[in-house]
Write a new protein. Structure first.
Lengths: 265, 412
């Protein structure tokens, strides 16, 4: 029966790999994983810029919850990773605080925080990236580390996850990270990231992310409207939801400089 | 416990309650983009002083209102920010100020703005050495973060990662200092009603400033130059007019040229910071610097708390007896700090700083803790303790000024 299982696996890869360049069964699991990640990234190329309203709800695992709101703006860069700014609206004591990320494919991201009370821009140390973003279960790293080159990949196989047919693979961060490895699932239909399992530096499962409620924009770009992060170690959860997505807003890359962080309100 | 609230204190308390009720009850008018805050705070001083006019507690109400208007497809903006405080004891601390009243036009890589505004320069935590555009409002908060709005014409050029700012500053604003009934002024009563100026134009001297800043990878850097009236006065002793009067200090504002350097560098888990200054006062050119690091350790010991360690060193080439005449005291000081972020719903934070003057043995310990209540309130508790100050340390004026401060702020 062993040959049969092997055959099924090979066929499955073939089925999922149709139309994916460089994706062939004779390639290694590493090459297959990388090819999938490249293709998923390629399908998102050319969106130029986007903005959306974001709500973050924190659950403490004891029945209490609290909501935060912010605006998110993203600018695609020609030869570099995306630039993203998050502008906080609520709670009121941090209103106007802005968080800027320049993500890079080949090195650590640059991150700045603008504090409106002092009109001061501060850099964020690399290690803060492993720290909690706004007391949530998302770390700074989770919010700006999706460049393909930030990981080594290994294709695991096909699985059906909550009635969705998916590609299952492992990715290991290449640089400084709060994680030893991650397991990711991409749906076969459009190579959208639908789930991530995060393993801490000790190799133990730390968090599980479920991504859902996808909508397509400009007939091409898929955006999730819900991300649900569960921390399995402390029982806390965070739900991110998006609304009012808008593309082609003429956001200029010069607006995503630290010197301009006071101009977003 | 006997608590004496003066008439002004009652007015302050009543207006806080009334304004809280109004802002909580009325629906926010969405047509105007406004926001603000209203705070009530109490200070308790551990020691009483020899001056019977000073008391061991005071109460105050402070507020800020901000209006922002963007128009012309966001190219133009109008910003207004008004702050004010009513203090139960110190008439000088009861004050208001227009921090921002600015019109701005933004091009793709340049901007021009005219009006009153605030500008912050600097990287370090324990001292804002390079920061010079705005006058510090010392009577409002002791930490130097409270500033007065500065009239300016500002031209900004921002091609890519580079930033060049040119400032024309037509009117100088004097430092505000505590009055005779206020605390944290030392044993000598300061007269700020009649300051002296080196410039024969007084506070009308046209000050100029320029700053260039940029970044490459984890390194951010900036060079700045300021030519004009020094923001920090030298304090000169004036003899008593009659035997019954206390001697006074007269603030003297000299013209200065100062060149500043700001650096910050991210390397792995460390954030390195440096500010350096070469400046001229009335007698000499001097060097001053402050530098150190901040190390942030996330998720300590399996909890969701962040822990930050701060260590900074402050240097000033002027000798202590010269510094005694100015309010600056950071000449050979080590500052160690601990920052804790609880990452709870309340956004609880704690910052503890310990400062040690290696020449005078003067020490300052300070703690600031704060947390949110609901979505719109924040409470904070601050404490400062001064010890070991000898007469050569300018901080000796604070020898009997240990205090606690409790503040509750409503944001709307």
């Amino acid at each position: 029966m062993r040959w049969f299982a092997l055959l099924c696996f090979t066929l499955a890869i073939h089925a999922g790999a149709q139309s994916i360049p460089g994706f062939a069964p004779e390639n290694s699991a590493e090459a297959n994983g990388r090819a999938l990640a490249d293709e998923a990234a390629r399908r998102d190329d050319g969106f130029s810029d986007s903005q959306a309203a974001m709500t973050m709800t924190l659950f403490d695992g004891r029945g209490n919850s609290v909501s935060r709101s912010m605006q998110s703006k993203t600018r695609e860069m020609a030869n570099d990773g995306d630039r993203t700014v998050l502008i906080f609206e609520d709670p009121r004591d941090v209103r106007g605080t802005a968080f800027l990320t320049h993500s890079h494919a080949d090195r650590v991201n640059d991150q700045w925080l603008y504090l409106p009370a002092l009109k001061r821009v501060k850099r964020i140390a690399a290690n803060r990236r492993n720290g909690a973003f706004m007391s949530s279960e998302f770390s700074y790293e989770d919010l700006g580390n999706d460049e393909v080159d930030k990981y080594h990949y290994r294709y695991i196989g096909e699985v059906v996850l909550d009635d969705i047919e998916t590609h299952h693979m492992e990715r290991v961060p290449t640089g400084n990270s709060g994680y030893s490895r991650q397991e990711v699932w991409l749906d076969k239909e459009a190579l959208r990231l639908v789930r991530v399992d995060y393993y801490d530096r000790g190799g133990t499962l730390l968090k599980t992310l479920a991504v859902s409620e996808f909508q397509q924009y400009l007939g091409k770009y898929w955006r999730p409207h819900r991300m649900h992060m569960r921390n399995v170690q402390n029982g806390r959860e965070t739900v991110l939801t998006w609304r009012n997505y808008a593309f082609n807003n003429d956001l200029d890359e010069s607006e995503f400089e630290p010197s301009r962080l006071d101009r977003w309100r | 416990m006997k608590v004496n609230l003066s008439r002004r204190g009652w007015i302050a308390g009543a207006s806080f309650v009334a304004l809280s009720a109004i802002t909580a009850a009325s629906p926010v008018a969405h047509a105007v983009d406004y926001e603000g805050e209203l705070g009530a705070s109490a200070r308790w001083f551990v020691q009483s002083t020899d001056d019977p006019r000073q008391s061991v507690q005071d109460f105050s109400v402070s507020g800020e209102l901000r209006l922002n208007h963007r128009f012309d497809d966001r190219r133009q903006s109008f910003d207004l920010a008004i702050t004010g405080r009513i203090d139960s004891d110190d008439g000088e601390r009861s004050q208001w100020d227009i921090g921002t009243l600015t019109w701005r036009y933004q091009w793709r890589h340049a901007a021009v703005s005219v009006g009153l505004d605030k500008v912050f320069w600097g990287t370090t935590e324990s001292l804002h050495l390079v920061d010079v555009i705005n006058q510090t409002n010392r009577v409002d908060e002791l930490d130097g973060d409270s500033k007065l709005g500065q009239p300016m014409l500002r031209l900004s050029f921002t091609p890519g990662r580079h930033e060049l700012d040119l400032f024309v500053l037509p009117r100088f604003r004097e430092q505000r200092l505590p009055g005779s009934r206020g605390r944290l002024r030392g044993p000598l009563q300061l007269i700020d009603a009649n300051p002296g100026f080196e410039s024969d134009k007084g506070n009308q001297h046209l000050d100029l400033a320029v700053r260039y800043g940029s970044y490459i990878g984890g390194l951010s850097y900036a060079l700045s130059h300021f030519s004009g009236t020094a923001r920090t006065p030298l304090l000169r002793l004036s003899p008593s007019q009659t035997p019954f009067e206390l001697p006074t200090l007269r603030p003297l504002y000299f013209l200065t040229d100062r060149t500043g350097l700001e650096l910050s560098l991210v390397t792995g888990d460390w954030l390195w910071k440096l500010e350096a200054l070469s400046a001229r006062d009335d007698l000499q050119r001097y060097l001053a610097a402050v530098g150190g690091f901040e190390l942030t350790l996330p998720a300590i010991a399996g909890t969701s708390m962040d822990l930050g360690l701060i260590l900074e060193y402050q240097y000033d080439s002027r000798s202590s007896d010269r510094l005694l005449q100015s309010v600056s005291v950071a000449n050979d000081d080590l500052v160690a700090g601990l920052r804790i972020g609880a990452n709870d719903f309340a956004g609880s934070e704690l910052l503890a700083l310990y400062s040690y003057d290696r020449q005078s043995n003067g020490r300052i310990a300070s703690i600031e803790a704060s947390r949110r209540f609901g979505n719109n309130w924040r409470g904070s508790l601050e404490a400062r303790f001064f010890s070991g100050q000898s007469d050569v340390d300018a901080l000796s004026v604070f020898a009997n000024e240990d205090h606690w401060q409790l503040t509750i702020t409503r944001f709307f």
